[in-house]
Design a protein around this ligand. Structure first.
Ligand SMILES: Cc1cc2nc3c(=O)[nH]c(=O)nc-3n(C[C@H](O)[C@H](O)[C@H](O)COP(=O)(O)O)c2cc1C
Length: 214
């Protein structure tokens, strides 16, 4: 979280949206971009990052991040570090995934495992950021994928805002989600809530509760 005065908010808040689907221009990307566009309309700087289809390995449990404590994963030859560095700058992080067999994509699981672990090793570096999971689904299993992402957020001292439903959009083929008016309206409500919550908690950043040592 950047250390800028609360009142100097114009174009000051920064949101990173991540597309965990390998299908570029698909439903997940549309949902993530609906949130980002709405935040942009509220004066946020926004950035979109493509993760699905990129090379990213899972956490190797080497715990090198706990030894080095330099904000880096030991594995620098894939998509992880670039996205992690952007996430460190972000006031709000939106991670989108399509539902694959009721779960997140392999790329999203690899990212969230490593992001959670490297952040934990570095003074719980995600604490005080806003996190939102966004899920595309044809028919069933979206809430499980939604929960998987939120589990990482919720034990990283992040703040997860609610919206008017779980953040889900329905569609099978690319762009089908355009026809899910309720899903898209939910994304806009989510963005408005992110804007409200991130602004409200920003002055509290230096007062975030310390985690007990264990
Ligand atoms: C490997 C695979 C597994 C899938 N599993 C599910 C599933 O469990 N439930 C479901 O409703 N849709 C499932 N789908 C459909 C996608 O979730 C759906 O088409 C979604 O809109 C894709 O989002 P995208 O356009 O961002 O890739 C699956 C699709 C693929 C390719």
């Amino acid at each position: 979280m950047r250390d800028l005065p609360y009142n100097d908010r114009e174009n000051d808040m920064y949101a990173l949206g991540i597309n965990g689907s390998p299908r570029r221009g698909g439903n997940t990307q549309m949902l993530v971009n609906t949130v980002l566009d709405s935040l942009k309309g509220s004066g946020w700087e926004t950035e979109f990052a493509q993760l699905g289809g990129e090379k990213i390995r899972g956490c190797q449990a080497c715990s090198q991040c706990f030894k080095a404590k330099d904000g880096k994963c030991a594995f620098q030859d894939d998509a992880f570090q670039g996205i992690y560095d952007k996430a460190m700058r972000a006031d709000a992080l939106i991670i989108g995934t399509p539902t694959y067999y009721s779960g997140v994509t392999a790329e999203v699981k690899a990212l969230t495992d490593r992001m959670g672990y490297v952040a934990l090793a570095n003074g719980r570096a995600l604490k005080g950021k806003v996190g939102a999971a966004v899920v595309a689904v044809r028919r069933g299993g979206a809430t499980h994928a939604f929960d998987t992402i939120n589990h990482m957020f919720l034990m990283s001292q992040m703040v997860v805002p609610g919206s008017v439903y779980w953040n889900i959009g329905f569609g099978l083929r690319r762009e089908d989600v355009k026809n899910d008016g309720e899903g898209l309206a939910n994304m806009k409500n989510l963005a408005d809530t992110i804007d409200l919550v991130a602004g409200a908690i920003r002055p509290l950043a230096s007062r975030w509760p310390e985690a007990p040592g264990y």
